[in-house]
Write a protein that binds this ligand. Structure first.
Ligand code: SAH
Ligand code: SF4
Length: 392
């Protein structure tokens, strides 16, 4: 963990007033949007076309104001505005790391907060999104795991994280311009932020279906990776109902150690998890499962662990992503020394598996894997801090 201060930290709050009784359209699937429009009086004969038009305004053009939907009549726009809003969660703080990583502190209904991280790379940009405020699981190396679950995010709050990042990156087509197909700033999604996505299945599924819709944000399912700590009964369902790539927080090669690191292992142990992965409906060489493996000094990083790992996963098309442990205040572990990580990677590689070492990104702003934790539980801020954050 770097002790240096973030290079910038700007306060972006624009206080929002969500008018009472108006329903948010963000996060509704096409079916949900259709039902909402019908309920608000849209004639049955027109509804399919209206869904298509409104969908494109919201998810392809990034429009938040019904008044700007120029292919709808003025009367219909007014009617929509009388029933609905188009709202994404509010960014209350944005921090920019020396390496270009951006971390957004995002406020959702009820005043809760989650974190979203944008990681730019040469040929792509990955957004790491959260699925819950806190987490019910208590993985001992994870900062989020020290924060109790406050609540599940809604589908709108999940897809809203993609939309607010696109707002910040300026990645919506300019009015009148067709969307471009050049390399996108935000090209990949990883569900690796706060929370266990498979414990919020429906909302995650709906949000990802919206993100994949070809007339909207239009991200391919192969550019979305869902990371789970190993919620075995939901794994096959993720392939069937979402169809994205899968990453599994493996982290240990014996049940004894995995019980300590990833306590969900006491419910579904290594063998049960591996059986579920072998049966993963989408398993193929082109869609390998990523095994995430956090490197903890003296805990799970021996040569023997590396050899046991490759023998455990034999037969599963896989890639092993080694994650140097990212420290956080009070963390009970230390990162494995670099030569140890490389020696471990080498054994895995020689056994025939890709074994990339994940470069820690955004450590100076506590944005790296496992460092996220929102203020929702950290206690109330002082009035002066709130005033400074919310601006005049
Ligand atoms: N809840 C999901 C997604 C979360 S995090 C899951 O557990 O899979 C994404 C990855 O970061 C997981 O593999 C998680 O185990 C790992 N991680 C958590 N804390 C970490 C830390 N302090 N350093 C490095 N990786 C960490
Ligand atoms: Fe929850 Fe994942 Fe952290 Fe475990 S690693 S506590 S499942 S967010």
């Amino acid at each position: 963990m770097s002790a240096s201060a973030p290079i910038t930290q700007d306060v972006l709050t624009i206080p929002r007033k969500m008018p009472e009784g108006l329903r948010n359209l963000v996060g509704l699937t096409r079916e949900g949007l259709k039902a909402a429009l019908l309920e608000a009086g849209t004639p049955e004969k027109q509804v399919k076309m209206r869904v298509g038009q409104i969908w494109q305004w919201i998810y392809q053009k990034g429009v938040r104001d019904f008044g700007a939907m120029t292919n709808l009549s003025k009367a219909y726009r007014d009617e929509l505005a009388a029933h609905f809003v188009i709202e994404v969660p509010e960014v209350v703080r944005r921090e920019l790391s020396a390496d270009g990583t951006r971390k957004y502190l995002v406020r959702i209904a009820g005043g809760h907060e989650v974190e979203t991280v944008y990681i730019p790379e040469a040929d792509r940009g990955t957004l790491c999104i959260s699925s819950q405020v806190g987490c019910t699981l208590t993985c001992s190396f994870c900062h989020t795991g020290t924060q109790k679950l406050v609540r599940n995010l809604t589908a709108g709050e999940i897809v809203g994280q993609i939309m607010l990042a696109r707002d910040d990156l300026g990645e919506w087509p300019e009015p009148g311009r067709a969307p471009k197909n050049e390399t996108r700033l935000l090209s990949n999604i990883v569900l690796m932020g706060m929370g266990e996505p498979l414990y919020n299945f429906e909302a995650v599924r709906d949000a990802m279906q919206i993100a994949m819709d070809g007339e909207g944000i239009s991200l391919s399912r192969r550019r979305i990776t869902l990371s789970t700590s190993g919620v075995v009964p939901e794994i096959a369902r993720a392939a069937e109902e979402i169809g994205c790539l899968l990453a599994v927080s493996f982290h240990a090669t014996t049940d004894e150690i995995r019980d300590r690191l990833v306590p969900i292992n006491r419910r579904w142990n290594i063998q049960t998890l591996l059986d579920a992965l072998r049966a993963y409906p989408r398993l193929s060489n082109s869609e390998r499962i990523t095994f995430e493996y956090v490197m903890l000094d003296g805990v799970n990083d021996s040569d023997e662990d590396a050899r046991r790992l490759v023998s455990l996963i034999r037969g599963i098309p896989a890639k092993i992503n080694l994650i140097p442990f990212n420290e956080w205040p009070g963390a009970p572990y230390r990162r494995s020394p670099w030569p140890r990580i490389e020696a471990f990677a080498d054994i895995v590689y020689k056994a025939g598996y890709a074994s990339p070492i994940r470069t820690p990104r955004g450590e100076d702003i506590m944005a790296a894997c496992g460092q996220l934790k929102s203020a929702t539980e950290r206690g109330r801020k002082s009035k002066a801090e709130i005033a400074a954050e919310t601006g005049p």
